[in-house]
Design a binder for this molecule. Structure first.
Ligand code: G3P
Ligand code: MG
Length: 242
């Protein structure tokens, strides 16, 4: 059965990459959460999507040029005012919280545009500290970073994120010892899923918010989907599998 990952938490109804958004994913019984990590100036692993705070908070500037203390003062709730002030979480805060539930955690390393020194080491250290390796999937558009993660922590699953229609990406994925492909969903059709499975790779397309497309993905037997609307996805999955 395809796992439903709440993308940036339940970002369709709650402020993305914040604790309330992750808690909503737990409430609706998503199988997992997806979150994006970067490094603050003082080396704290923080949960935020963009390389700057401009879009998602009331501040301005580069994530990597601000300390965690500075970042923490910002309100990461720009859209859903009913939730009030929502700080940027640290990865540590999220991992402490997931110890109280059984959610899977897809940690996307956002180091494709800004290279963060030792983001991989710091992220792995936190996952190990909270003994979450078996519930964690690392992913990134930065495939060098995925190779590094696999070398540093061979027991933690890695997945390759990509946007394009690639030719037989399983061959490439095997060279990086990745266990999963996380493709942009328009590149995915039934034969692709079948070929990936035949080549021992899991497929989890992103980001699927339309009911019809969710249904199609479940019919293709993908291993997971990322969605901003995990509650809706759960209903569709139930109906599709009936
Ligand atoms: O990990 C799936 C998805 O989050 C990748 O794209 O830009 O939403 O981080 P993005
Ligand atoms: Mg992401």
């Amino acid at each position: 059965m395809a796992h439903i990952f709440a993308h940036r938490g339940s970002a369709g109804t709650h402020p993305e990459n914040t604790m309330v958004s992750f808690m909503e994913a737990e409430r609706v019984q998503a199988d997992g959460i997806e979150l994006d990590v970067q490094l603050a100036k003082d080396g704290v692993v923080v949960v935020i999507h963009d390389e700057t705070v401009n879009r998602t908070t009331d501040g301005t500037g580069w994530v990597g040029q601000m300390t965690y203390r500075q970042l923490r003062k910002l309100n990461a709730n720009y859209e859903f005012k009913q939730y009030g002030f929502c700080p940027i979480p640290s990865l540590q805060e999220v991992l402490e919280w997931v110890q109280g539930n059984s959610l899977l955690i897809n940690i996307e390393l956002k180091n494709n545009l800004v290279p963060y020194e030792r983001l991989e080491e710091k992220t792995i250290e936190l996952v190990e500290r909270y003994r979450l390796a078996s519930r964690v999937i690392f992913s990134s558009f930065n495939h060098e970073s995925m190779a590094t993660c696999r070398t540093l922590a061979p027991h933690i699953e890695t997945a390759l994120l990509y946007m394009e229609k690639l030719h037989q990406p399983w061959n490439y994925a095997h060279t990086l010892r990745a266990l999963a492909l996380h493709p942009y969903h328009p590149t995915v059709d039934r034969s692709f899923v079948e070929a990936a499975h035949a080549n021992d790779l899991l497929v989890r397309p992103f980001t699927i918010n339309k009911e019809e497309r969710m249904k199609t993905m479940f019919q293709y037997k993908v291993n997971g989907i990322f969605t901003d609307f995990p509650e809706k996805a759960k209903h569709i999955r139930e109906k599709t599998l009936r």
